[in-house]
Write a protein that binds this ligand. Structure first.
Ligand code: SF4
Length: 268
């Protein structure tokens, strides 16, 4: 990678690495990093070549997605970057949107839930109904995430995510490319990256990141559904921590098998 992303116009306050910062704790160059980085760049370039303007990056504004946005900018690929503002995000998460624009000149598209649906749900079930049952949690995710995601992906043939195999047992088989439930190609551009890789890249190329990562939140979602993890806990232990391990997905990443992708000839 070139040094193009080493200056930080418009970014006033990057987190400072210390022994307890995410960079201090995790950033490490391990064997094969350069090859994994080259592979990711190739995946992004291939996806753009195959899908063009029908491709977008769906960013949660988490560490992995910030790496992907930085690479899209470095490769000068005119790929749309889009995020979901569920209405329950931490202010620290939303603070990354102007940083992305200032740093990379990329104005992320923001998709919000339908206001009437949120009001109706909150009036009927309460603001924090997600703690009451799995069904209510999924209903909240459906209104605040899945419906806006379907609008985000409308008209797109492919999307880029930051899913990694290392993130959880549920994601251990994540392929580089797969099909989502609607048959779009999903490019998991960092599928084989480690957490050390992610932070080595962020540290080396001074990528803006969510300061909550410095507070032991490796996986950050909505504020009511994210907590810090303790030493020894799994990567996603702070997400929907009151639920059974197997339920810990919001439905954004339900996919068809890679076999269907191969049969379709849509591999990126
Ligand atoms: S993560 Fe929590 S607050 Fe966000 S949409 Fe799902 S249940 Fe609702």
């Amino acid at each position: 990678m070139t040094g193009e992303v080493s200056s930080l116009p418009g970014v006033s306050a990057l987190p400072v690495a210390s022994a307890s910062s995410a960079i201090g704790l995790y950033a490490r160059k391990t064997a094969g990093f350069d090859e994994r980085l080259a592979h990711t760049k190739q995946l992004l370039q291939q996806a753009w070549g195959q899908h063009g303007a029908r491709l977008l990056q769906s960013t949660s504004l988490g560490a992995e997605d910030m790496v992907i946005t930085a690479l899209i900018a470095e490769l000068q690929l005119p790929i749309a970057v889009a995020t979901l503002d569920t209405g329950r995000l931490h202010p620290e998460t939303l603070a990354l949107l102007p940083q992305i624009e200032a740093r990379y000149g990329i104005k992320a598209e923001v998709y919000a839930p339908v206001a009437d649906a949120v009001v109706h749900f909150v009036r009927a079930r309460g603001l924090d109904a997600m703690y009451e049952s799995l069904a209510l949690r999924k209903e909240c995710c459906g209104i605040r995430k899945l419906e806006p995601l379907s609008r985000m992906l409308n008209g797109r043939s492919a999307w880029i995510t930051g899913l990694r195999r290392e993130q959880s047992a549920n994601r251990a088989e994540v392929p580089d490319t797969e099909l989502d439930a609607q048959g779009r190609v999903k490019v998991n551009a960092l599928a084989d990256w480690s957490w050390a890789d992610v932070w080595y890249f962020i540290s080396t190329f001074e990528v803006p990141y969510n300061v909550l990562h410095d507070q032991f939140m490796p996986s950050i979602g909505c504020a009511p559904c994210t907590r810090a993890i303790a030493v020894g806990e799994d990567f996603r232990a702070g997400r929907w921590w009151w639920e059974d391990e197997n339920a810990k997905e919001c439905g954004l990443h339900k996919a068809h098998s890679n076999e269907e992708l191969k049969e379709s000839g849509a591999t990126a």
